[in-house]
Design a protein around this ligand. Structure first.
Ligand code: DGI
Ligand code: FE
Ligand code: FE
Ligand code: FE
Length: 192
């Protein structure tokens, strides 16, 4: 079984300090959410800790790493290669940190865009990433509401996050990955 302490040490050596502290925040937040929602808390800990394990290089380097290692790259990811840290993170989780569990790997893969009909663990990591304690409400709208929803109604938390993320992306004129849009539509339909 993967030793959380060893994983923490390795990540602390490779991630920038703030990114490492964020990862610890997602880990403990995902742990709490797993307890409330009856998910596997050991998987939540590992997925939370490792979700950004590729986020220590530039977008260009991520693109090169994906191409070199046969990780498929979509068109929107060529234009916004930062998006690749999720998929590349899942690749590293397996190849560098020896995580074989497909539930953990898919939670890492989908943590940035989400995907329609997410698994419980995918939703937990998606939400924990957004609202862990180091995120501050001065930059993130509805943070208090999302923190409350995350323990009460996970689908509503996912929906609110996607709505706010898409609004932010549109305001700042950024490209929207079709998976982000599809995920929003899925949860809108599911809830309304
Ligand atoms: O890696 P983190 O910063 O912890 O969090 P994340 O992996 O959820 O990435 C958040 C960023 O990703 C945030 O600035 C919004 C952006 N993002 C999410 N969906 C899309 C997107 N960016 C673009 N261009 N298109 C998307 O669909
Ligand atoms: Fe991320
Ligand atoms: Fe996210
Ligand atoms: Fe993150």
């Amino acid at each position: 079984k993967e030793d959380l302490y060893q994983l923490e040490k390795s990540l602390g050596d490779i991630l920038p300090k703030k990114r490492y502290l964020h990862s610890l925040g997602v880990m403990t937040t995902a742990f709490s959410m797993a307890l409330v929602h009856d998910a596997d808390y050991e998987k939540a800990l590992i997925a939370g800790l490792l979700h950004d394990c590729a986020k220590y290089m530039t977008g260009e380097e991520m693109l090169t790493e994906c191409i070199t290692n046969g990780v498929p790259v979509k068109q929107v990811e060529m234009l916004k290669p930062d998006l690749l840290h999720a998929k590349l993170g899942a690749f590293y989780a397996k190849s560098v940190y020896n995580i074989e569990d497909e539930e953990i790997l898919s939670a890492i893969t989908w943590h940035t865009t989400g995907r329609p009909d997410m698994t419980l663990l995918e939703k937990i990591i998606f939400v924990a990433d957004y609202m862990e304690p180091n995120r501050t409400s001065s930059v993130i709208p509805n943070l208090d509401n999302i923190r409350k929803l995350s323990f009460e109604n996970l689908d509503k938390a996912v929906y609110q996050i996607l709505g706010d993320t898409i609004a932010y992306l549109m305001e700042s004129g950024k490209l929207i990955d079709e998976t982000t849009a599809d995920t929003y539509d899925f949860y809108k339909r599911k809830l309304c």
